[in-house]
Design a protein around this ligand. Structure first.
Ligand SMILES: [Zn+2]
Length: 227
């Protein structure tokens, strides 16, 4: 029995227990691979709190066997959902932040400058939401959280702030579109991923551990008093 890991909630499920749907079609075209078989698969996560679905497509060479077409050799596979390009973060991360992050990733290659603009807006949104700062220019907001956040994380933000055009324009309106190369856009995205992980995911998990310990201690105390 093979295991299936839900890319949305991270839970493992027995492969046979997930709801699957598939469909296929045969293409008789004279391609360099010969005739082709296209197959689509939908899988539904059995976790009641999740119920997300994945969708992928495969194209293979094909043979006729027992009256039906069977895939022989896989040529290519596309994961349509989730889009494998961006990281899946839990939905307790505020939606506007996740939306800007995802869009910044999706358009990174097509338009690095649009991507960098969204990333700067996302960065500012996170600083304002996670830390109590007075709205100002992004550069001042970054300065304002120095000392409040872990110094290695602040250094990473400051390092990105010092890069070429991105840096210059953090001092101006964040919505001004500036020319950046894909490498710079990528660096901003890496920073967003680091901060979402640090400021939301780790914080949330830490709180869960604290709550669990506090609850356990209260339970032990109650048991002791009941004796
Ligand atoms: Zn799931």
């Amino acid at each position: 029995m093979s295991a299936w890991e839900c890319p949305f909630c991270g839970r493992l499920a027995v492969f046979d227990s997930i709801k699957k749907k598939s469909d296929s079609f045969y293409v008789s075209g004279d391609t360099k691979f010969g005739p082709l078989l296209f197959e689509s698969f939908v899988a539904v996560c059995p976790n009641q709190d999740c119920k997300e679905f994945t969708y992928d497509t495969r194209v293979s060479t094909v043979k006729l066997e027992g009256g039906s077409y069977k895939p022989v050799e896989l040529i290519e596979r596309w994961v349509n959902r989730p889009n494998g390009l961006y990281k899946q973060f839990p939905d307790y991360v505020p939606k506007p932040i996740l939306d800007d992050y995802k869009e910044a990733v999706l358009i990174k290659n097509l338009s690095p400058k649009a991507s960098a603009t969204l990333s700067r807006r996302c960065l500012q949104g996170m600083i304002r939401h996670a830390w109590d700062v007075k709205p100002a220019r992004l550069v001042d907001e970054i300065k304002a959280i120095e000392g409040q956040i872990e110094s290695s994380v602040w250094k990473a933000i400051d390092a990105v702030r010092n890069i070429g055009n991105i840096g210059a324009h953090m001092e101006n309106d964040i919505n001004i579109i500036v020319d950046v190369d894909p490498g710079e856009a990528e660096m901003l995205i890496g920073l967003l991923e680091l901060l979402i992980q640090e400021w939301y995911v780790e914080k949330h998990e830490r709180q869960l551990r604290i709550d669990a310990i506090t609850a356990l201690a209260a339970e032990k105390k109650a048991l002791k008093q009941a004796k």
